[in-house]
Design a protein around this ligand. Structure first.
Ligand code: BYC
Ligand code: FE
Ligand code: FE
Length: 482
């Protein structure tokens, strides 16, 4: 089935890449499989591994009807290898090879570059599962617990996606990298995950929602850029991954929105007009909006770091090579080669933040980051619509890109969320206005009590408007008692 429209569920590994007739890769994946299951049991969701969870599983890769919902135990989830269907006659959309037929094999000269990108992409997927592994124990509802586990199994499948590409196209090197992906651990001193944000903690459910809102959106942007790749198997893989990513951002966006809703409902009922009256708001057992803003500041700035440096020859090389494109490259109308184009980038010059035109090729990380910022701002506007319907003057805002950075030029300075440069002393004095404090985190932690009755929700979050798969409000998304 070379067109890949059918999924073969007969073997150990569901797939639409004809593994049944690809003995070498099938053997490599089947050899890797037990290690993956061990990793899942050790580092995947803590507890609930024997419970039945109402999960969606892909049953097709076309645009319609690819998901089927049903109860499964997580370790028995049918992870597999799924690529979007091959597009007949596809050509390389950008870079030096623009217009040539898309590659079905790895071009030798780009082997190292491609391998590095696959490994970095693959590393983030299990990392996020590790970061979220303790959250099941404090789920605010069965609905939310199910969403967490859905995200977790799909990030697991995203790891499978990268491992397939490594094993199929990189032989022995690929098999070694696939083992390493199971060996590194988020936050580990000696063998951490590769990118900064994936070694941070996700200690509570508000962090989880912020992570899926901001950081999974980096996933969306990076996958969209890789979906343009001239290396066709990568493009097809990412196109299918993107269909799953949408749900992760839905979980984050609606999660935070429900937190905002619950807070303003509680304030309204208690007759509190001032969103900054933090002690009175917290006494209601809900998360005050200024603390929610601080959490957003943190996760946004951590996620901006994932776009890399302002000026990057890695990014220029990957574009020239036809390996990693721009967001929606296929809808852009320039020459798709950018040899003489310029792009405006915010930079640090003599201690000041200025906008400067630089060669478009070397600023591709910033271009993708700008697309991310726009996409994020649209989501924030939807949160604010909830607030606009009330009398409260509070609005969630995005901090300046220079705020709280570890990667890139602004790592060298301190800035407030408005983008004013601060001295180290000013930063130390004011940091707690901008970022969650220990006390804020302890308060949020104090709310994290499980709510596992059918149809019940913890007091700090509003119920969702509609259930998953249109299920009724009291649906038992995770079977707690059998
Ligand atoms: N932390 O030339 P530069 C997702 C390194 S999320 C640590 O600017 P480049 C998901 C960089 O590696 C999407 N190190 O780098 C979300 C380089 O080191 P080397 C993940 C960093 O390559 C939620 C050096 O600094 N996918 O899917 O232009 C849940 C120079 O930097 C960081 C991808 O990222 C950092 N933050 O850009 C689950 C796509 N940033 O190699 C999943 C693949 C930079 O010189 N990756 N460095 O030693 C890429 O496209 C690029 O590697 C990056 C970096 C955009 C990450
Ligand atoms: Fe992912
Ligand atoms: Fe994701």
């Amino acid at each position: 089935m070379p067109d890949g429209s059918q999924i073969d569920f007969d073997g150990l590994i569901p797939n639409n890449v004809d593994l049944a007739n690809d003995l070498r890769v099938r053997k490599a994946l089947e050899t890797w499989h037990p290690g993956y299951i061990d990793w899942w049991k050790q580092m995947g969701p803590e507890g609930f591994q024997e419970n039945l969870v109402y999960l969606r599983t892909a049953v097709g890769v076309g645009s319609e009807g690819w998901a089927r919902f049903g109860f499964v135990k997580m370790p028995e989830y049918r992870w597999g290898v799924l690529l979007a269907p091959q597009v007949e006659g596809r050509t390389i959309p950008f870079g030096a090879h623009k217009g040539e037929p898309a590659w079905q094999e790895v071009p030798g000269e780009y082997r190292a570059m491609l391998r590095r990108l696959l490994v970095i992409q693959g590393d983030t997927e299990p990392a996020s599962v590790e970061q979220q592994r303790h959250l099941g124990a404090t789920a605010p509802s069965l609905y939310d617990m199910r969403n967490l586990f859905q995200v977790n199994v799909e990030e697991g499948r995203h790891l499978w996606a990268m491992v397939y590409l490594l094993q199929k196209y990189f032989g022995r090197d690929g098999r070694e990298e696939a083992e390493e992906l199971l060996r590194r651990r988020s936050g580990d001193q000696d063998s951490p995950r590769m990118l900064g944000a994936f070694n941070e903690r996700t200690p509570d459910w508000l962090s989880f929602f912020m992570f899926t809102f901001f950081t999974d959106r980096d996933g969306k942007m990076q996958l969209a850029a890789l979906a343009q790749s001239g290396f066709d198997p990568l493009s097809r893989t990412c196109r299918f991954m993107l269909t799953e990513e949408a749900h992760h951002m839905f979980v984050g966006e609606t999660g935070v929105q429900r937190v905002i809703q619950r807070t303003i409902d509680a304030m309204t009922a208690a007759g509190i007009d001032d969103p900054y009256d933090i002690p009175r708001v917290r006494a209601l057992g809900v998360i005050d909006l200024p603390t929610l803003q601080k959490k957003a500041n943190l996760h946004y700035s951590l996620t901006l770091d994932l776009f890399g440096n302002e000026i990057s020859t890695n990014a220029a090389n990957a574009f020239n090579a036809g390996i990693k494109g721009r967001y929606r490259e296929d809808r852009l109308t320039d020459d798709h080669q950018l040899l003489s184009a310029q792009y405006p980038v915010l930079r640090l010059r003599d201690g000041a933040i200025i906008r400067e035109d630089v060669p478009a090729l070397s600023s591709l990380n910033m271009r993708l980051r700008d697309d991310f910022v726009d996409d994020t701002a649209a989501g924030i506007a939807r949160w604010n619509r909830v607030l606009e319907r009330t009398k409260f003057p509070f609005r969630v805002t995005l901090p300046h890109v220079a705020f709280n950075r570890r990667i890139g030029e602004f790592a060298a300075i301190h800035a407030d969320p408005a983008g004013n440069i601060l001295t180290p002393e000013q930063w130390a004095a004011r940091r707690d206005e901008f970022l969650p404090t220990t006390e804020d985190n302890l308060f949020i932690a104090s709310l994290m009590k499980p709510s596992l009755e059918k149809g019940a929700y913890a007091g700090w979050i509003a119920p969702p408007r509609i259930g998953i798969d249109n299920m009724p409000g009291d649906f038992e998304y995770v079977r707690i008692e059998d």
